[in-house]
Design a protein around this ligand. Structure first.
Ligand code: FAD
Ligand code: NAD
Length: 400
């Protein structure tokens, strides 16, 4: 029998974890494993809000794949996937066509714009290393512009659309960055506005109300203004228009209103909900025993029939389960169903502050902030061992 071909699309949390576990478990030559990603590095998505605000260094959030992969076991191809053809068992990319026996789709998510007019054109999104570099530079550019056009105070207004975890973590970092920006550009801090706009009746809808209140108090004290129960209806070159018709002018609009699965998945013909494939117990796409979907492209339900939110925590565990099952398929063993172990949720509110629930216990303040650091460091350890923790995680320990 010929060597089975395993093709992994995306080197994010799900795809990279699948590749690394296959690398560990499979012997040389047991399978022909190829990993395709649009960059030759993996980025730590859970730190992107810091880079967007300018409180973190992009180099600390990227890890070159050749540092993690054993080229004798995993062939890495830097290319952009352009089409998935599951019926033909083929994938089209900018680097050519690839065929496979087993496919793993881990292409992550895209911003969900809900068809809101002007969002795609005028709002920035926290979605990749290059995207957050643009946010950081855009904010800095507007501070510089304001010094040349002082009548345009709206250049110093930053609107963040959506107060889910991404929005909340981002405004926490932004509030920390503002004093530094004001000093650098000689701007009066009283003129800077950070406005977090949320459609639902509360920030962090569905999260523990006591912790939400704690978070809002911390962020308001840092200078963030919340507009809750206030859907954004339109985004324009000048700012946003709310559902009640009110216009808020702003030099920067960052959209953190939610995500959907990568559009390539829907285009491939898989049945999706918000771009995510409702996978079977083994993370396979319905109708395709040889196509696994991990991370934000997959949709898994809990025992109450509610979908798990797309998180790195789940993506990592899915990658591990998928690799285990691929090894079983290569060796003729039996498949293990995917059972997520949700350890909790911790969200940063900027320097030294966070909220979270871990193992059923509520955490706030520095205890939560340390827990967040530990979670981030644990991930670095998982993918690259102690040496990666020391190289990429040191700044976490130094920033108290
Ligand atoms: P990703 O990690 O996004 O990886 C997708 C990969 O596919 C990327 O490498 C991308 O470059 C590549 N790719 C995409 N399209 C193509 C293409 N066409 N061709 C080739 N390659 C492609 N979750 C938590 O559990 N805890 C947290 O604290 C947390 N914090 C977060 C903070 C922020 C600011 C954000 C935005 C998200 C956070 N999340 C967190 C959610 C978490 O980051 C995602 O759920 C996770 O990244 C999903 O992993 P993934 O493997 O599906 O996708
Ligand atoms: P989300 O869907 O969790 O939150 C988006 C928010 O935007 C919601 O509160 C929604 O009501 C609001 N919104 C939608 N339309 C709006 C409109 N028109 N006007 C104003 N507000 C609007 O999305 P997210 O925050 O980007 O998070 C994506 C995923 O990543 C989630 O699963 C989240 O749990 C995960 N995440 C986790 C962490 C963490 O664990 N620390 C951090 C960031 C993201």
């Amino acid at each position: 029998m010929s060597t089975p071909k395993i093709l992994i699309l995306g080197a994010g949390y799900g795809g990279l974890m699948t590749a690394l576990k296959l690398q560990k478990e499979l012997s040389y030559g047991e399978a022909d494993v190829t990993l395709i990603n649009k960059h030759d590095y993996h980025y730590i998505t859970t730190q992107l809000h810091e880079l967007a605000a300018g409180t973190g260094d992009p180099e600390d959030a990227r890890v070159f794949l050749d540092e993690l992969l054993d080229a004798r076991k995993i062939r890495f191809v830097k290319a952009v996937v352009t089409e998935i053809k599951p019926q033909e068992r083929k994938v089209e990319t900018t680097g050519g066509t690839f065929d496979y026996d087993y496919l793993v789709i881990g292409l992550g998510s895209e911003p969900e714009t809900f068809g809101i007019q002007g969002l795609k054109e005028y709002a920035l999104c926290i979605r990749s290393l290059n995207a957050v570099r643009m946010i950081r530079e855009h904010i800095e550019y507007n501070f510089a512009r304001y010094k040349n056009e002082p009548e345009r105070e709206e250049l110093l207004t930053i609107i963040v659309g959506g107060a889910g975890f991404t929005g909340i973590e981002f405004v926490g970092e932004l509030a920390d960055r503002v004093p530094e920006l004001c000093k650098a550009f000689d701007v009066d801090p009283a003129k800077v506005k950070i406005i977090n706009i949320e459609a639902a009746p509360t920030a962090l809808p569905g999260f523990d109300p006591e912790l939400v209140e704690y978070a809002m108090n911390v962020l308001q004290k840092k200078g963030v203004t919340f507009r809750i129960n206030t859907p954004i209806k339109e985004c324009t070159p000048e700012g946003v228009i709310l559902a009640n018709g009110e216009e808020i002018k702003a030099g920067t609009v960052v959209w953190t209103g939610g995500v959907r699965g990568n559009s390539l998945v829907e285009k491939a013909g898989f049945e999706t909900m918000r771009g995510r494939v409702k996978v079977d117990d083994y993370l396979r796409a319905p109708g395709y025993d040889n196509v696994f979907v991990v991370g934000d492209c997959s949709l898994v339900f809990n025992e109450q029939g509610r979908p798990y939110p797309p998180t790195a925590q789940i993506a990592i565990q899915e990658g591990q389960n998928c690799a285990r099952n691929l090894v079983a398929l290569v060796r003729g063993g039996s498949l293990e169903p995917f059972k997520p172990h949700i350890r909790g949720t911790v969200a940063s509110l900027g320097r030294g502050e966070a909220i979270g629930i871990v193992g059923g216990r509520k955490l706030t303040g520095s205890a939560a902030a340390w827990m967040k650091k530990l979670i981030d460091l644990r991930y670095l350890y998982l993918i690259g061992g102690l040496s990666l923790v020391l190289r990429k995680g040191r700044h976490k320990l130094l920033r108290v």
